[in-house]
Design a protein around this ligand. Structure first.
Ligand code: NAD
Length: 275
C-alpha cells in the first residue's frame, strides 16, 4: 500500500482508504474483493452480520498478498455481545476469514438497551491480549457511550466507525473521539447513494475543476479531513475510481464549501435506536 496511512493508539498503522463490503452479496464477495485487491486496495472492512466473511477470506487466500500487507477489519454483532459470546464470535469470524488474527475488531453498535457494551469491551481487550485482534475499537458510539467505556479505564478504542459524510459530520462525537486519541472511520461516506451529495454545486464544481467525479471529490474531502474511509461498490470501474484519489487536492475554499453541506442528514439508523 503506497497510499496514506494513519497511526492508531495501539501502535499499528491503518491504510486511510479501504474497501467496504456491506451489502456485497456473499456469492459475489470473493470476486469483488479479488478485484479490489488486484486494483491495489489493502484494507477491507467487513462484519459478521454482512454474511460475507468467507468470501473475503477466499479472496485474501487467492490473492497471495503477504498477510502483513493487508489490513482486515470485522465486527462483533449485537447478538454476540457479552463475554463468552464475544470470544465465540471472534473465533467464528477468524475461522470464516481463514486468519489467525484480524487487524481491527469493532463492537458494531452500542445497543444501549442491552447494556452489554461495557462487558463486551472487556472481552475485546482479552481478545486483543490473546492475539486475535491487533487493534480493537467501536462503531456507532455516541459521546455518552465512549464516556462510559473510558470511565472503566483499560484500553481506549483505536477507532470509532460512524456514519459520516458532508451532510452528517457528527462534529461532537468526532471532537470527543479525537480528543481521546480515537481515530474516526466514516461509514456511508458517499451518503449510501440515499443523500443527493453528487448534485450539490460545491461538489460538482470541484469535480469539474479537478477533472474528477463527484464521488472522488467527496472521498477526497474525507481524506483531507483525516478520516479513514472505505467506500463500497460492486462495479470494478467504480472500485478503481474510488482508489484514484491521490493525484489532486481540494483547495481550502473547496473544502469549506463542501463542509457547509452539513444538515443533520442521517441516512442510517440512530445508534440509540439499534438493538
Ligand atoms: P457508501 O457511502 O460507500 O455508498 C455506497 C453506495 O455508493 C453504493 O450504492 C454504490 O453504488 C455507490 N457508489 C460507490 N462508488 C461510487 C462512485 N464512484 N460513483 C457513484 N456511486 C458510487 O456506503 P456504505 O457501503 O454503506 O459504506 C461503506 C462501508 O462502511 C460499508 O461497505 C461497510 O464496510 C461500512 N459500513 C459500516 C456500518 C456500521 O454500522 N459500522 C454501516 C454501514 C456501512
Amino acid at each position: 500500500w503506497t497510499g496514506p496511512v494513519l497511526s492508531l493508539n495501539s501502535g499499528a498503522t491503518i491504510p486511510q482508504l479501504g474497501f467496504g463490503v456491506f451489502k456485497v452479496d456473499p456469492a459475489e464477495t470473493e470476486r469483488i474483493v479479488s478485484d479490489a485487491l488486484e486494483l491495489g486496495y489493502r484494507h477491507i472492512d467487513t462484519a459478521a452480520i454482512y454474511g460475507n466473511e468467507e468470501g473475503v477470506g477466499r479472496a485474501i487466500a487467492a490473492s497471495g498478498i503477504p498477510r502483513e500487507d493487508l489490513f482486515i477489519t470485522t465486527k462483533l454483532w449485537n447478538d454476540d455481545q457479552g463475554t463468552q459470546s464475544a470470544h465465540d464470535a471472534i473465533d467464528a469470524s477468524l475461522e470464516k476469514l481463514g486468519l489467525d488474527a484480524v487487524d481491527l475488531y469493532l463492537i458494531h453498535w452500542p445497543t444501549p438497551q442491552r447494556d452489554l457494551y461495557r462487558e463486551s469491551w472487556k472481552a475485546m481487550q482479552q481478545i486483543q491480549a490473546d492475539g486475535k485482534a491487533t487493534s480493537i475499537g467501536v462503531s456507532n458510539f455516541l459521546v455518552e457511550h465512549l464516556e462510559n467505556l473510558l470511565a472503566d479505564g483499560g484500553t481506549v478504542p483505536a477507532v470509532n466507525q460512524i456514519e459520516l459524510h458532508p451532510a452528517l459530520q457528527q462534529r461532537e462525537v468526532v471532537e470527543f473521539s479525537r480528543a481521546n486519541g480515537i481515530q474516526i472511520e466514516s461509514w456511508g461516506p458517499l451518503g449510501q447513494s440515499k443523500y443527493p451529495l453528487f448534485d450539490e454545486p460545491s461538489v460538482t464544481d470541484a469535480a469539474s475543476a479537478h477533472d474528477k467525479t463527484p464521488a472522488q471529490v467527496v472521498l477526497r474531502w474525507h481524506l483531507q479531513n483525516g478520516i479513514i474511509v472505505f467506500p463500497k461498490s460492486n462495479s470494478r470501474a467504480r472500485i478503481a475510481e474510488n482508489l484514484d484519489l491521490f493525484d489532486f487536492e481540494l483547495t481550502d475554499a473547496e473544502m469549506a464549501a463542501i463542509t457547509a453541506l452539513e444538515r443533520d442528514g442521517r441516512v442510517g439508523s440512530h445508534p440509540n435506536d439499534v438493538n
